[in-house]
Ligand binder design. Structure first.
Ligand SMILES: Nc1ncnc2c1ncn2[C@@H]1O[C@H](COP(=O)(O)OP(=O)(O)OP(=O)(O)O)[C@@H](O)[C@H]1O
Ligand SMILES: Cc1cn([C@H]2C[C@H](O)[C@@H](COP(=O)(O)O)O2)c(=O)[nH]c1=O
Length: 216
């Protein structure tokens, strides 16, 4: 059986990482298949090195297109080192962010253009889109307030961008959801953490009923 590829997307502070941590044991309990959990930018040794460069707050003069290309390069290596091997082994691949992040943040947020950024990423991903993307919807105000409460002193270069940037990212995600109804399912990430996890689990079980139907 070919594996299943699921990505988790959303603005900064949407709660993807927290939800994934709580979702994984629940998913393991209802499937016999092996799960691989990863993140972008990063997920493999080379991609984690690129992550450090991209998010470094001292890289304050990084060109927007350089930033877009670095995210795409990190993604390519993550795909080759982690995602494709997992899928070829029939595993369930869960990644915290994938190509939609670039389209929303660099395409919309940095105003390079969503189509333009999708095009450079076509070269990186070579047709390998997720089978399902769960989009965690929160307003930038709510997401950034969570981040400030959590780690204001250590906010990275992207988190420190202006509120207008984060509003454009949010609007771009909403456009992606509207334009990709077959692949992207939106959940309300402003709810309590338990409700968010329950919604994400329900979306996955509904989309893959034969895989997440009991397990063990
Ligand atoms: N549903 C929620 N309600 C309130 N606070 C939450 C919720 N989910 C997560 N948080 C808190 O918000 C902060 C950011 O959460 P988390 O790191 O999971 O978000 P994220 O989507 O992974 O963000 P980023 O992509 O910016 O890393 C953390 O302090 C976390 O405890
Ligand atoms: C993959 C990807 C990410 N970003 C942004 C989104 C976040 O602000 C950071 C990553 O940090 P996280 O805490 O691991 O979510 O990078 C982006 O702008 N473009 C991308 O392709």
């Amino acid at each position: 059986m070919p594996g299943i590829f699921i990505s988790f997307e959303g603005p900064d502070g949407a709660g993807k990482t927290t939800a994934l941590q709580n979702l994984v044991p629940l998913l393991k309990a209802c499937t016999d298949e092996e799960l691989v959990v990863s993140r972008e930018p990063g997920g493999s040794p080379i991609s984690e090195k690129i992550r450090k460069i991209i998010l470094d707050i001292t890289d304050d003069h990084m060109d927007d297109r350089t930033e877009a290309l670095l995210y795409a390069a990190a993604r390519r290596q993550h795909l080759i080192d982690v995602i494709l091997p997992a899928l070829n082994d029939g595993k369930i691949m869960l990644t915290d962010r994938f190509v939609d992040s670039s389209v929303a943040y660099q395409g919309g947020g940095r105003e390079i253009g969503m189509d333009e950024v999708a095009k450079i990423n076509d070269f990186a991903i070579d047709g390998h889109l997720p089978d399902l993307t769960i989009y965690f919807d929160v307003t930038p105000e709510v997401g950034l307030a969570r981040i400030r409460k959590d780690h204001e002193e250590a906010m990275d270069r992207l988190e420190q961008a202006s509120i207008d940037f984060h509003k454009r990212v949010h609007e771009s995600y909403l456009k992606l959801v509207k334009d990709n109804p077959q692949r992207i399912v939106s959940i309300d990430a402003s709810q309590d953490p338990d409700m968010v996890v329950a919604d994400a689990l329900a979306v996955i079980q509904k989309r893959f009923p034969d895989v997440f139907n009991g397990g063990n």
